[in-house]
Design a protein around this ligand. Sequence first.
Ligand code: CMC
Length: 436
Amino acid sequence: MADDTKATKDSFTLTDNRTGTAYELPVHHATAGPDVIDVRKLYAETDCFTYDPGFTSTGSCESKITFIDGDKGVLLYRGIPIDELAEQSDFPETCYLLLYGELPTTEQKRKFENDITYHTMMHEQINYFFRGFRRDAHPMAVMCGVVGALSAFYHDSTDITDPKHRLVASYRMIAKMPTIAAMAYKFSIGQPFVYPRNDLRYAENFLHMMFSTPCETYRVNPVVARAMDRILILHADHEQNASTSTVRLAGSSGANPFACISAGIASLWGPAHGGANEAVLQMLQEIGSKDRIPEFLERAKDKNDPFRLMGFGHRVYKNYDPRAGVMRTSCHEVLAELGVNDPLLELALELERIALEDDYFKEKKLFPNVDFYSGIILKAMGFPTSMFTVLFAVARTVGWVAQWREMIADPDQKISRPRQLFTGVETRSYTPIGER
Ligand code: CMC
């Protein structure tokens, strides 16, 4: 936002010990969490850049959407704790909250759900687009491709200078993401695509498109639909994480929103980020039985072994991930409802217990994150492992869209163009090939 909308300024003095010169840097106060030192004029005044690979101490933007207190294990969407939303809200309402900043009235909620529902169907030509993929392609690869291709289908919502285009593109992405995800799954198993049903609510419709077939009636289990809705709420936004920052960075050049969300999906895919839910299940399967847990814990602690305990640790949470607690409870509910007795859940509980008592994990403040339990629930619901990260993408789309919209409306917004600490060869002459 513009400077004058920022909270009261203070200042921070930075002294250059090489020259003894002191510089006054403005400090902007946060409503919650750390204040920020404004270094925008630092380069002009000092001829130095800041250096922060991985952005561990860098605030990349001003935002009013999501707040995390990593030490206290707090996650708030527009000020409301995540567990309250998971208990009392539903995903469409949470989307409205993230996009508009307030909970909707009954009428606003009805209209919003109606507007989203209106956009669930895909352009029919996209069916042919799907056929270009191999059936054994990873569904995240398909998601990157198809979501990126939306800008080739919806030309009437790619002008980012037009607020109406921005709104329609936002609604389209939130509405179509479950349809695309279900199509990616159906394509991979050779079943016909299932069209959305607009009489169903968001989570129910997604389950319907995933698991129904044209040849028999499919009834959505309400406990499963509720759990799906909760998974969507828990993953909906997480402030400036890697994929959201990717969306903002891509969008900062003025790229259209479909292309930006596709970039976000690519970033989410990595195992250190959204790909962790898939990796957790693979890890639990690899561990196989409780007696092998110590062996894997030792590997996770070994600096010479690249193995990490997937679903453990977080850049920001250093106490516990509040999403993991909700997910753990939900996991028990779903498994009980479906009568699933999954030994992997037993294994996960035991792994969590042992790791939480282990000095290495205690000292490094490594706790289970949201992905530790999500894979077990999704597996019980019938989702194949390869679809887990796709689910994350479906849920996170609203967060990406809300953050992208906030960025476009921010008068302080510029193209994101980080600088570097150059340590390569300075200048040398070209050596002709015969002289090398
Ligand atoms: N298992 C074993 N050791 C770990 C783990 C782990 N899962 N996570 C961190 N460490 C160690 C790491 O080796 C390092 O030790 P040292 O200080 O001795 O070098 C220390 O803890 C700090 O780790 P880091 O990699 O510097 O921390 P980071 O903030 O850069 O990484 C993380 C955060 C989530 C990428 C990392 O904890 C990790 O790789 N976890 C496993 C993957 C995972 O579950 N990701 C899902 C994150 S939650 C969903 C989402 O938001 O996408």
